[in-house]
Every structure is written in C-alpha cells, then in structure tokens.
Design a protein around this ligand. Structure first.
Ligand code: NAD
Ligand code: TYD
Length: 338
C-alpha cells in the first residue's frame, strides 16, 4: 500500500505530511490532490515538486470524475484525506463551504474508494467533534459522545459518521484519526499561533478572544504526521485513534510564551470580543494509539514553539506573500472594531 492519494497536501498539515512521508519511506508514490483554495499554497511544497515519487494534481474532492481518473491513471491503492475547510471562524461566517467540502467532498471520496476497491481510507479528523469540556471533565476518549459545537466541527463529525457508515455498510477498510490543535511550519496565519507570530513580528496587537482562558492541547505537526502514518500502516480497520500532545494550555498562557519567544512585550495583547459558541476546553486521551501503535509525541512544547517561531522568522517571505493579498481583507473583516 505505497501508492497513495493524499488530498489537501498543499495545506498546512498535508504539506508537512507529504514531506514527512517522502523522508520516511523510499518506496512510496504520492499523488497530492488539492483544489488550491485560499489555504492551499504551492510554495509550501515547492521543494518536493521535483521529486519523482510525488505528483501534484489540481483537483477538487467534490469532482468524482477527476478523482476516479486520478486514482485509476496512477494505479493508487489508498486515500489519506486531509482536504477540508478548516477554520472555525470562517465556518461561523459561511458554513456552506464547510458542508460542501467536508461532508459532500468526503462522501465523493468514499464512493470512489468503494467503487474502485481501494485497500484503505484514512480520514484526518479533529478532537473538535467531541465538543467542549468543563474544567474537571475527563479528556476525550474515542468512545466519548460526539457533540460538535461549530459548523466546522459539525461538518467534520458528519464526515466521520460517513466514514463509519462506509465501513459498516460496504466493508470499506477505513481508519479515522482525531487530533488536537497542531502548530508548526506552513500554517495559514488565520490560525492562532501563526497569526500571533506574524502580528508580533509586525508589532501589531494580538487579538485574544474573550477572557483568553480557553484551553487547547497543542501538538507539533510532525508528531501528528507520524501518528497518521502509523495509523495508516498498522491501525485496525474500522477504528478511530485520538492523537494529542498532552499539552493543555490557556490561550493567554500561549500568547505570553509566543511574545517572549518573539522578543516582544505583553502590551501587544488585546482582549477582543469572543468567538460565538467558543469551545472552552479540549483535552485528548491518546492512550489507545500509545498502547496499540506505540505512538507518543516526541516534540515537547518548548522545543516545538521555539522551532516554529524560528521557522516563521527565517521564512518571512512565505508569510509576507500570504498576508499581503486577500488576507488583508479577511483580517479587516474579522478584527476591525471587534
Ligand atoms: P488547511 O486549511 O491548512 O489545508 C486544507 C487544504 O485542503 C488546502 O490545501 C486546501 O486547498 C485543500 N482543500 C480545501 N477544499 C478542498 C477541496 N474541495 N478539494 C480539494 N482540496 C481542498 O488545513 P489543515 O490545518 O492542514 O488541516 C488538514 C486536515 O486536518 C483537515 O481535515 C482538518 O480538519 C484536520 N485537522 C486540523 C487540525 C489543525 O490544528 N490544523 C487539527 C486536527 C485535524
Ligand atoms: P484556532 O487556531 O482558530 O483553532 P481552533 O479554534 O480550531 O481551536 O484558535 C485556537 C484558540 O485561539 C481558540 O480558542 C480561539 C483562539 N483565538 C484567539 O483568541 N484569537 C484569534 O485571533 C484566533 C484566530 C484564535
């Protein structure tokens, strides 16, 4: 199973995964299939575009004809689905695109997988499908009830249910992974960590939603990539695996660490109007993947955030190219007068 369709491989985690896999395995062939939405960026994969084990195809996961043709012409054996609309704030502004891509797009991929007889389908999902935890509640387990709160998490939960249904009804070999918040190189600066780093570099205020006491569990992206690859290779069909960093932290703590790492002071912190329906706390119990697949995070938060700030600092051009165009309008709309 070394000929793989990786969808969304020009986005943050997908791009990191493609690089990880090409480094990790010699005998692998990847077709990187991406619609190039605002979040897709060929610059993020420019170093692997000339690798003959990696082919980029500009395509939409909702386009069944193109998916079938791509799978058949490259004799692909499996799909790892990263492609998604991924930002909670955008899902509040416009949920339709989330249903279109995350639900209908995933369904199209499942239909093709079943019809063509692929050997495995791995759905890259999120801990956000479980909803929000109270301070004293136990971390999400794979059997925790799904209670998504945002249009984004609802669309991901719907996709997870479809994957489960395709396994149950058609016997499709499938795996679902649910990971906590990722950080690292190549993340679009709408997300908290690169937004914070970019603003700090430019001496701009850091918008902290509400009281900043919301808790997230941060994981360095390469650890997520390794977990996905292990689940893909050795996971048990039909199973779900939680992936987390064991790194719970409030947003305000996070911002203070980043400001320090960027050499900036806390006067840049700006408490702004909260996100509607903001999930208060995520925490992941990843004992199943640890026990069954021998996975644990290798990168601790201090080392990971240091590497990440350094990467954005050394790749200012990557950041500036993204933040010059459409992003300015997005930022204005999202944050002005908030
Ligand atoms: P991203 O927004 O950075 O990248 C998404 C990629 O998908 C982009 O390259 C985009 O062009 C592509 N895409 C979007 N719609 C498409 C379509 N219709 N057809 C083909 N390609 C399309 O997202 P990310 O942060 O890299 O997340 C990747 C996956 O991981 C998503 O499924 C997300 O739900 C999941 N996830 C993300 C996190 C996180 O912290 N970022 C955590 C857990 C799970
Ligand atoms: P984000 O990176 O959008 O991930 P998610 O909402 O999927 O967890 O946000 C991480 C946390 O940071 C979340 O609690 C929302 C908060 N946040 C801010 O306080 N300010 C911001 O400008 C953004 C983008 C996020």
């Amino acid at each position: 199973m070394k000929r793989i369709l990786v969808t969304g491989g020009a986005g943050f985690i997908g791009a990191n995964f493609v690089k990880f896999l090409l480094k990790e395995e010699t005998d692998v062939f990847i077709v990187n299939y991406d619609a190039m939405t605002y979040a897709g960026n060929l610059e993020s994969i420019s170093d692997v575009l000339t690798d003959d084990r990696h082919v980029f195809v500009h395509g939409d996961i909702r386009d069944s004809v193109k998916i079938d043709e791509t799978i058949k012409s490259h004799r692909l054996e499996a799909i790892i689905n990263f492609a998604a609309e991924s930002h909670v704030d955008r899902s509040i502004e416009g949920p339709e695109a989330f249903i279109d891509t995350n639900v209908n797009g995933t369904l199209k991929l499942l239909i093709s997988s079943q019809k063509i007889g692929l050997k495995r389908f791995l759905q890259v999902s999120t801990d956000e499908v479980y909803g929000s935890l109270l301070p004293d509640e136990e971390a999400f387990r794979e059997d925790t009830q799904i209670k998504p709160n945002s249009p984004y998490s609802a669309s991901k939960a719907a996709a997870d249910h479809l994957v489960r249904a395709y396994h149950h009804t058609f016997g499709l070999d499938s795996i679902t992974t649910r990971c906590s918040n990722n950080y690292g190189p190549y993340q679009f600066p709408e997300k908290m960590i690169p937004l914070c780093i970019n603003n700090a570099f430019n001496n701009k205020k850091i918008p902290v939603y509400g009281d900043g006491m919301q808790i997230r569990d941060w994981l360095y992206v390469e650890d997520h990539c390794r977990a996905i690859w292990l689940a893909f290779k050795n996971g048990k069909t039909g199973e779900t695996y939680n992936i987390g960093g064991g790194n719970q932290m409030t947003n305000i703590e996070l911002v203070k660490i980043i400001l320090k790492e960027c050499g900036k002071d806390e006067s840049l912190i700006d408490f702004v109007k909260d996100r509607p329906g903001h999930d208060r706390r995520y925490a992941i119990d990843f004992s199943k993947i640890k026990r069954e697949l021998a996975w644990s995070p290798l990168c601790n938060f201090d080392a990971g955030i240091r590497k990440t700030v350094k990467w954005y600092c050394e790749n200012r051009k990557w950041l500036d190219n993204l933040t010059s165009g459409e992003y300015k309008k997005y930022y204005e709309k999202m944050y002005s007068g908030r």
